[in-house]
Ligand binder design. Structure first.
Ligand code: GDP
Ligand code: FE
Ligand code: FE
Ligand code: FE
Length: 196
């Protein structure tokens, strides 16, 4: 494990304490599961495991933030007004990074971008962003139909894993008659050919 995260100027134990104060115990457990998966994926696919660790530890830091906090951040940082039509599911990544900048002084663009798109993906994803996106889906605590297959794909090919997860996400949302964030479709279109 890493003892210190210079990107946020905190020891691992201080960082974990800050995160655990902001999320419930079950989510903290999920976060540690994502970190474990992200480090393993990073080692397999040649991504910096230290960055993967920090991105994973912070990715859901804002999942329990009040809606009003996100709406205020959208105004404060002049983010796309269209974001206001969405909810916590989209905000905790897309808007959450602005709270992480404030709360941790985090400025690493690659880590911030990976966290920003960890829920919805994007047509252009760094290898770090792919690792976080996939780790969030396959971490050991996840239990849903298809997770075993998703884990198999993840250890086979990282682009295939992004495609597989996005395909399943789009069909999951469509079956539930939910609205789909435009970047999710863009990710689907950009990656789906890896599954053919
Ligand atoms: P978590 O934060 O670890 O629970 O996982 P994610 O950040 O990946 O996803 C959070 C939630 O957002 C999940 O319930 C997803 O199904 C949902 N979600 C992801 N993409 C979209 C989308 O395009 N539209 C909608 N409505 N929900 C989405
Ligand atoms: Fe999330
Ligand atoms: Fe996810
Ligand atoms: Fe998560």
């Amino acid at each position: 494990m890493f003892d210190f995260y210079e990107e946020v100027g905190l020891s691992r134990s201080a960082l974990l304490e800050r995160i655990s104060e902001n999320v419930k115990a079950s989510r903290f457990k999920h976060i540690l599961g994502v970190e474990k998966a992200a480090i393993k994926l990073a080692e397999k696919y040649g991504v910096n495991p230290h960055k993967a660790s920090l991105a994973a530890l912070l990715h859901d830091y804002c999942k329990e933030e009040y809606d009003a906090t996100f709406l205020a951040l959208i105004d404060k940082y002049h983010l796309d007004e269209e974001l206001k039509n969405w909810d916590n599911n989209i905000w905790h990544g897309k808007v959450g990074i602005w709270k992480m900048r404030e709360d941790f002084g985090l400025q690493d663009d690659e880590i911030l971008r990976a966290i920003e798109i960890h829920t919805v993906g994007s047509q252009e994803m760094s290898e770090l962003a792919k690792v976080l996106y996939v780790a969030d889906y396959i971490e050991e605590g996840r239990d849903f139909p298809g997770v075993v297959e998703a884990r198999c794909v993840a250890w086979d090919d990282l682009n295939k894993a992004v495609a597989f997860e996005t395909m399943r996400l789009v069909s999951y949302l469509a079956e539930r008659r939910l609205t789909i964030y435009p970047e999710t479709f863009e990710a689907y279109n950009a990656f789906i050919s890896y599954l053919r």
